[in-house]
Design a protein around this ligand. Structure first.
Ligand code: ADP
Ligand code: MG
Length: 255
């Protein structure tokens, strides 16, 4: 099977007047189609840089990134990028916000509009089509941002701390919602977070990065029994604390 995403020997430095900052050093991993991988690591270790590299916004200094076996840049694979801030436009209605990507790509027609309506209903936003973002809760706004991203039918979703602006309870609920949406649609996802519990509750695999320059310290496969699939169910499973301790140990050891 060709991996959805292959990162091989990737390094990246930022250059400024003060000199060079090595952000990532020799990162290699791959993600299978339909897999949900979480990347955890201390603040400033290069997590956002890694997602910017995968999205093609910046280019690796060393190494290579392939999507569906094709080097990044040679194709235009459908990548969805979701950030901590929802970036909804306050002057647009929710419907106008979720249609924005399609509008820009000139793909807004009757069938894509019907699909948006379906997603709004499925993700609990029916009746809010004409509302402005300020009338919605943080969790609803984040779901609207997800619909806007999914509307473009991305094969690969990059999520950069998408829940961290939400209060704790909302964050648990939205993480649960969004994970089940992604799993039910079979999307491949890379979630970056500094929250270990979030990573363990959502992912099939957790990649632990060291402090800057980010290097891969450990990769842990996460498996839960059949009846503990959703992030909320996983948090109540006895295995959860074992995984938490393993990841915590990896993060705490400095070498
Ligand atoms: P994380 O998302 O894990 O918190 P980032 O990928 O944002 O980390 O940043 C990694 C490192 O690179 C940080 O130490 C940061 O100071 C540095 N960095 C990030 N962006 C820039 C930039 N535009 N110019 C210079 N240094 C940067
Ligand atoms: Mg970041």
């Amino acid at each position: 099977m060709i991996p959805k995403l292959e990162v091989t020997g990737v390094s990246y430095s930022y250059h400024s007047l003060d000199g060079e900052t090595l952000a990532l050093s020799d990162i290699s991993f791959s993600v299978d189609p339909g897999e949900f991988v979480a990347i955890v690591g201390p603040s400033g270790c290069g997590k956002s840089t890694l997602l910017s590299l995968i999205s093609g916004l910046i280019r690796p200094e060393k190494g290579e990134i392939r999507i569906d076996g094709i080097p990044l840049g040679e194709s235009s694979p459908a990548i969805g990028y979701m950030l901590q801030k929802d970036h909804l436009f306050e002057w647009r209605t929710i419907l106008a916000n979720v249609s924005l990507g399609l509008e820009i790509r000139r793909q807004l027609d009757d069938s894509s509009r019907a699909r948006l309506e379906e997603m709004l209903a499925a993700y609990g936003l029916k009746g809010f089509e004409k509302s402005k973002p300020s009338e919605l809760s943080g969790g609803m706004r984040q779901r609207a941002a997800l619909i806007r991203t999914l509307a473009l039918k991305p094969d690969l979703l990059l999520l950069d701390e998408p829940f961290s602006a939400l209060d704790y309870q909302t964050r648990l609920a939205v993480c649960d919602d969004i994970s089940s949406i992604l799993r039910s649609t079979g999307k491949t996802a890379v979630l970056v977070t500094h929250d270990l519990s979030e990573a363990i509750s959502a992912a099939d695999r957790v990649i632990v990065l060291s402090a800057r320059p980010g290097q891969i310290k450990a990769v842990l496969s996460i498996t839960f029994p059949e009846d503990c699939v959703s992030p909320l169910a996983r948090r109540n499973c006895p295995e959860f604390s074992n995984y938490f301790n393993s990841v915590w140990k990896e993060l705490r050891t400095y070498d």
